[in-house]
Design a protein around this ligand. Structure first.
Ligand SMILES: Nc1ncnc2c1ncn2[C@@H]1O[C@H](COP(=O)(O)OP(=O)(O)OP(=O)(O)O)[C@@H](O)[C@H]1O
Ligand SMILES: [Mg+2]
Length: 317
């Protein structure tokens, strides 16, 4: 369990984190989303006891991070932003050092190190110094040290940043597997990562918590959610088609574009409509009755990018 209450951090009067409250339960994979400078890393640093809050309370497994720093750190695995490491060591030496610092029992140290080397596919670079490794491998060593002591809480600041597509996929799979009996909190700038691994998303901007929802819940806030796109063959008059569609009481808006010989129309449902398939059905009926040559039809998914921009007031991810 993690409980964060009225958490704030000021840097010389500048509020990097501004009165944030939330709690997280085991099994939750919580994604922090927010533009650069939103306060994601600062929140994660406070949560893992790396910096002290200006005000507010953080409890991990019932213990205060501020009053019981050592006891709470035992529950937490932390991958800092950029994965800082001791670069003159090899990955196994570094992991052995971390295991000792973490107080992993001597009897299980070797097997713990072997487990994480295997999980992060570090075998091929085990003989190299960390400063000789590529960015992606360095990050994998960073993730390995975060999970070495099998913590209850994993705090991962941009875990897949700089990884190749195969490794992104592998690390997301690893996070999903680890989340069965852990709390995972990660930050990311990749919106599809939130849908792929998180079951909850917090949107943060200017140090404030602006949304706390499931990825699907966020997607549903997009105007594209359940909109219907029709590709119509030649001979359909764009203006007349748009007018007819707009006349339907379930339709809020219509966007039409001409592509080569076809006409593409996207039809947006009115907000008040609880079952958006009613609109989709009406539109297809109208197309049939009007004898429009429907080449294809597609139900749109909500676009997280638009939702993110709306919530954060136009900032990029
Ligand atoms: N040690 C510090 N001293 C002064 N200001 C700081 C310090 N650390 C962070 N800040 C400021 O606090 C704000 C939040 O920074 P933070 O690193 O938490 O953002 P972030 O959401 O992680 O952004 P990014 O997506 O770029 O990683 C920024 O304006 C940053 O400049
Ligand atoms: Mg950051």
């Amino acid at each position: 369990m993690i409980e964060i209450e009225n958490l704030s951090k000021d840097f010389s009067g500048f509020k990097a984190v501004d009165n944030i409250s939330f709690s997280v339960s085991p099994g939750e994979v919580l994604g922090f989303l927010g533009p650069n400078g939103a306060g994601k890393s600062t929140t994660m640093k406070m949560l893992s006891g790396f910096i002290t809050p200006t005000s507010g309370r953080i409890r991990v497994m019932g213990k205060s991070v501020i009053r019981r720093p050592v006891a709470t750190k035992q529950h937490i695995g932390y991958l800092p932003e950029g994965a800082p490491l001791y670069v003159d060591m090899t990955p196994p030496d570094f992991l052995n050092f971390v295991a000792r610092m973490r107080g992993v029992a001597a009897a299980s140290r070797k097997s713990s190190i072997e487990r994480v080397i295997h999980q992060l596919h570090l075998e091929s670079v085990a003989h190299k110094r960390i400063d000789e490794l590529s960015k992606g491998f360095k990050r994998r060593v960073g993730i390995a040290q975060a999970i070495l002591h099998d913590p209850d809480v994993l705090v991962l600041d941009e875990p897949t940043d700089g990884l190749d597509p195969n490794q992104k996929h592998e690390v997301r799979k690893l996070i999903r597997n680890l989340s069965a009996d852990k709390i995972v909190i990660l930050s990311t700038h990749i919106l599809e990562e939130v849908t792929a691994v998180c079951n909850r998303a917090l949107v943060i901007a200017n140090g404030r918590l602006l949304a706390d929802d499931t990825p699907h819940g966020l997607q549903r806030r997009s105007r594209f959610d359940q909109a219907l796109t029709l590709e119509l063959g030649s001979g359909v008059d764009s203006a007349a088609c748009t007018r007819a569609l707009k006349n339907l009481d379930t339709v809020a808006e219509v966007e039409a574009t001409t592509t080569e010989s076809n006409l593409r129309v996207t039809v947006f449902p009115v907000d008040a409509l609880t079952d958006k398939s009613v609109m989709q059905h009406q539109v297809l009926q109208l197309a049939k009755a009007s004898e429009w040559p429907v080449v294809s039809s597609r139900v749109e998914a909500g676009r997280l990018e638009d939702v993110f921009r709306d919530i954060t007031g136009g900032s990029h991810v």
